[in-house]
Design a protein around this ligand. Structure first.
Ligand code: FAD
Length: 393
C-alpha cells in the first residue's frame, strides 16, 4: 500500500513514524528544506525565494504556552530539563531528534511543494497557522498607520514607542500583547470576550471592546471611546486552507469548519484521504500520533469504516451539539476542555492504546494558569508521575 504524507512538521513526522514499519510504501513531500514546520523560525516574511508564502508563523522570542510534559509524543517524550516551558529552539531540536531517532529523513522529499492532490491514499499534514484571517473593519482602508498580522510578526522592536491595538485575545493576542508591551508606548488589547480578562497585565496594557470604526489616525471602539493609534496588529487567527486538494477530494471549508469529515480527520467522500492535526487547543504532538494510529487501523483493513450515511450523521450531530453550547462552525474543531473525550473516542473506536489522561489534566491546568497569571505562568514547573497524576515542583 502506498501512502503519501504532505508536510514534515510535527504531524507529518508522526505520520511517517507509524508508516515506516515496512508494511507501507511511504513518501513525504515537504515544501521547505527542513523538518519542524511552524517551529522553524525565519526572519523573513512574505514570499520565499521560490515565490511561495513563508509558512512559519514563529516569532523570535516565543516560549511555548504549554509545559514540555504535555508536548511530547506518546513514545518519545521531551527530554528532562529544569524548565517546563521551553523556547522555540528547544522544540525544534526535539522534533529533529524525533525525526532522527526514528530514521525518518530518508522518506522526506524536501523542496517539494504539493500543488494538486487527486483522491488517493494521502495524509494531509500541512498545518493550519499560515493563512491569516483578517477582519473587515469599517474605515480600515483609510487608516494611515501600519497594519500587520501575527503571521508576519517576528520581533517586538518594530513597535518601539508606538501605540498598538492588538486585535484578538486568543493565545497569540495575549502572548504578543505581553511581549510588545516591553517596547510599545501603549498596548490596547481589543477583544469581544464578555468580561475583561482577569490576568494582571503590565501597566501600559489596557483592554477595550471590539473596534467599531477606524479613521486615518484613530480607532473608535464599541464602547464609544476613541484612541490615536500607530499600528493595527491582527492576532485574529488563521483560516484552514488546502489549496492543493482537487474538487474530487470532496473537502470544503465552510466558515472555517473543514467538512465533511469523520472524527475531524477522515474525508467522508474519500476515506483514503485524511487531514491530520485540525483540532486546536489540544496536546498537539500526542494527538497527531493518536490520529495516525487510528487511521492505520482502517487503512490496513483491521477495522472497517462505518457507512457514509453514519459518518455524516455523526458529524451533523456533533455540530448540532456544539451549536447548543454556543460553538458554531468556526469553533467546530476547538477541543480545549473536550479534548479528553475526543482522544478516548478515537482510541475506543479504533481499539488502540489511548493517551494517558494526565496529558489533558496538565493541559487544562496550564490553560487555567495562563488565563490567571499571564506574566508568571511560565515559571511553573511540573512533573508527570503516572498516567493520571502530575505534581507541581
Ligand atoms: P506545521 O508545523 O505548520 O507543519 C506543516 C508542514 O507542511 C510545514 O513544514 C510546511 O512547509 C508543509 N507544507 C505545507 N503545505 C505544503 C505543500 N503544499 N506541499 C508540501 N509541504 C507543505 N503548539 C503547542 O503544542 N504548544 C505551543 O506552545 C504552541 N505554540 C505555537 C506558537 C505559534 C506562533 C504557532 C503558529 C503555533 C503554536 N503551536 C503550539 C501549534 C503548532 O502549530 C503545533 O504545535 C504543531 O507544530 C503543528 O504541526 P503541523 O505539522 O500540523 O503543522
Amino acid at each position: 500500500m502506498k501512502i503519501a504524507v504532505i508536510g514534515a512538521g510535527s504531524a507529518g513526522l508522526a505520520a511517517l513514524r507509524h508508516c515506516t514499519s515496512g508494511t507501507y510504501e511511504i513518501v513525504c513531500y515537504e515544501k521547505t528544506d527542513q523538518t519542524g514546520g511552524t517551529w522553524v523560525y525565519r526572519e523573513e516574511t512574505g514570499l520565499d525565494r521560490y515565490g511561495l508564502r513563508i509558512h512559519t508563523s514563529m516569532y523570535k522570542n516565543l516560549r511555548t504556552n504549554l509545559p514540555k510534559e504535555v508536548m511530547g509524543y506518546p513514545d518519545y517524550l521531551v527530554p528532562d530539563s529544569p524548565d517546563s516551558y521551553l523556547t522555540r529552539t528547544q522544540i525544534l531540536e526535539f522534533l529533529n531528534s524525533y525525526c532522527d531517532h526514528f530514521n525518518l529523513r530518508q522518506y522526506i522529499r524536501f523542496l517539494h511543494n504539493v500543488e494538486l492532490v487527486e483522491p488517493s491514499k494521502v495524509m494531509v499534514c500541512n498545518g493550519h497557522y499560515f493563512e491569516p484571517s483578517v477582519p473587515n473593519l469599517k474605515g480600515q482602508e483609510t487608516f494611515q498607520g501600519q497594519q500587520l498580522h501575527s503571521h508576519d510578526y517576528r520581533v517586538p522592536d518594530i513597535f518601539t514607542d508606538k501605540i498598538v491595538v492588538v486585535l484578538g485575545a486568543g493565545p497569540s493576542g495575549m502572548d504578543l500583547a505581553l511581549e510588545i508591551s516591553g517596547k510599545a508606548k501603549r498596548v490596547i488589547l481589543s477583544h469581544h470576550l464578555k468580561d475583561p480578562i482577569g490576568t494582571i497585565f503590565p501597566e501600559n496594557v489596557v483592554q477595550k471592546p471590539d473596534i467599531k470604526e477606524v479613521t486615518e489616525h484613530d480607532v473608535v471602539f464599541e464602547d464609544g471611546s476613541k484612541e490615536p493609534v500607530d499600528v493595527l496588529f491582527y492576532c485574529t487567527g488563521y483560516k484552514y486552507s488546502f489549496p492543493f486538494l482537487s474538487e474530487q477530494c470532496g473537502i470544503r471549508v465552510d466558515s472555517n469548519m473543514v467538512t465533511p469529515l469523520w472524527k475531524h480527520l477522515v474525508s467522508i467522500e474519500n476515506p483514503t484521504l485524511a487531514l491530520v492535526g485540525l483540532p486546536f487547543y489540544v496536546c498537539a504532538f500526542s494527538m497527531f500520533d493518536l490520529q495516525v494510529r487510528f487511521l492505520l487501523q482502517y487503512w490496513s483493513g483491521k477495522k472497517d469504516f462505518p457507512s457514509k450515511a453514519n459518518m455524516l450523521k455523526e458529524e451533523a450531530e456533533e455540530l448540532e451539539n456544539r451549536k447548543k453550547e454556543g460553538l458554531g462552525k468556526k469553533h467546530f474543531h476547538l477541543m480545549g476542555f473536550k479534548q479528553a473525550h475526543y482522544y478516548d473516542d478515537l482510541a475506543n473506536t479504533a481499539g488502540i492504546t489511548p493517551l494517558p489522561p494526565v496529558l489533558t489534566k496538565l493541559h487544562n491546568e496550564s490553560s487555567t494558569r495562563f488565563l490567571d497569571d499571564l506574566v508568571h505562568y511560565r515559571e511553573s514547573r511540573y512533573r508527570i508521575i503516572d498516567d493520571y497524576n502530575f505534581i507541581q515542583l
